[in-house]
Design a protein around this ligand. Structure first.
Ligand code: PMV
Length: 335
């Protein structure tokens, strides 16, 4: 029997942390957000995904971190593969193996790195040669934040305004080496609850019920512009207060959602207070906190202050582990 081409590829993608949060879908069909978001792609952490399409398989086989995926996580991958199969006009089922080099349950945005890696591996396996922009456009159907993990450094996902979504795309703002002294101190907190509500459903509830959501949307264009400019100028004194203001706005709309979305633990809340105290004591913005839909904290600071802050945070009860990360490169194919 003649053998066909080897329909297999491996792709690695990193997580990212949003400085301006994506929270709200204006068009589910086209995966269009209400607002533009900005993130930093993180170095060292990776999802590595191998996809092999096989005409002899009767069903998709999905393995995540060494365990056969079932239920929601499997369905998400299968739905995404269906989209890729449509694009490539094939019907083969696939074997997917994905592994993170960081704990998945740690809440470190594994959906962003995971779907960016799945997008890269599945399209490469089928010989679809997508540009970065096309790949990020596809990745966002897996998870919105995944569209930003395709690129390295400082990345913007532009919401656009057109109903057809043609002006919605993701672009790198500045490369990973733009701001060499900026670091992200990640604080892994003990007992972080596993997410009960998927982000997609949580956002939908926020848009429908949070009385603060409209105001957030009205404030965002101005705040986003200022954050973009502060990154461009590598100005931490301007950037850090804006990052915290944005994080507080995100938390406010979550907490005023019905039923309320509370992602933080007592430790996470104490850490917010600790950062405010540190800045007050120093009389300048030494650090900025931010968090995703999870309990762990990302503390942005400058390299010269990182070691001292790391010692201070490591001593706090409830902080399990600290990681010192930097802006890093985006997703890429692994041969
Ligand atoms: O990409 P999703 O659907 O997992 O949503 C991400 C939501 C936040 O992480 C809270 C914000 C963001 O922009 O990454």
């Amino acid at each position: 029997m003649a053998r066909g081409p080897r329909l297999e590829a491996t792709y690695e993608a990193p997580p990212n942390i949003a400085l301006v949060k994506y929270w709200g879908v204006r068009d589910r069909e086209r995966a269009l957000p209400y607002n533009s978001s900005i993130s930093v792609t993180l170095d060292r952490l990776r999802s590595r995904t191998t996809v092999r399409f096989d005409p002899d398989l009767s069903d998709d086989e999905v393995e995540l971190n060494g365990t056969v995926a079932t239920g929601g996580p499997r369905d998400g991958v299968v739905r995404f593969l269906d989209r890729v199969r449509d694009l490539a006009r094939v019907t083969h089922r696939a074997e997917v193996r994905s592994r993170n080099n960081f704990p998945t349950a740690s809440g470190l945005a594994s959906s962003a790195s995971g779907f960016a890696a799945l997008a890269g591996a599945s399209t490469a396996a089928l010989g679809l040669h997508l540009s970065g922009r096309e790949l990020s456009r596809l990745a966002r159907f897996g998870s919105g934040s995944a569209s930003r993990s395709v690129f390295g450094g400082f990345v913007e996902w532009r919401a656009g305004t057109r109903p057809d979504g043609r002006d919605c795309y993701t672009r790198p703002l500045y490369g990973p080496d733009h701001w060499p002294t900026l670091v992200d101190l990640v604080l892994i907190v003990k007992g972080a609850p596993v997410k009960e509500v998927r982000s997609e459903d949580a956002m939908k509830a926020t848009v429908a019920t949070s009385p603060a959501y409209r105001r957030r949307l009205a404030e965002l264009p101005g705040r986003t512009r200022k954050i973009r400019a502060a990154i461009g100028a590598r100005d931490s004194r301007r950037l850090f207060p804006l990052v915290m203001e944005e994080c507080d706005s995100f938390r406010e709309v979550c907490e005023t959602t019905q039923p309320s979305l509370d992602y933080l633990t007592t430790t996470s809340r104490a850490l917010l207070g600790e950062v405010r105290t540190i800045n007050r004591e120093a009389g300048r913005p030494v650090a900025a906190y931010t968090h995703d839909a999870g309990a762990h904290m990302h503390i942005f600071t400058l390299r010269r202050d990182a070691a001292k802050l790391r010692r201070r945070f490591s001593r706090l009860p409830g902080v399990e582990r600290t990681l010192l990360l930097r802006p890093g490169p985006g997703g890429h194919r692994v041969e």
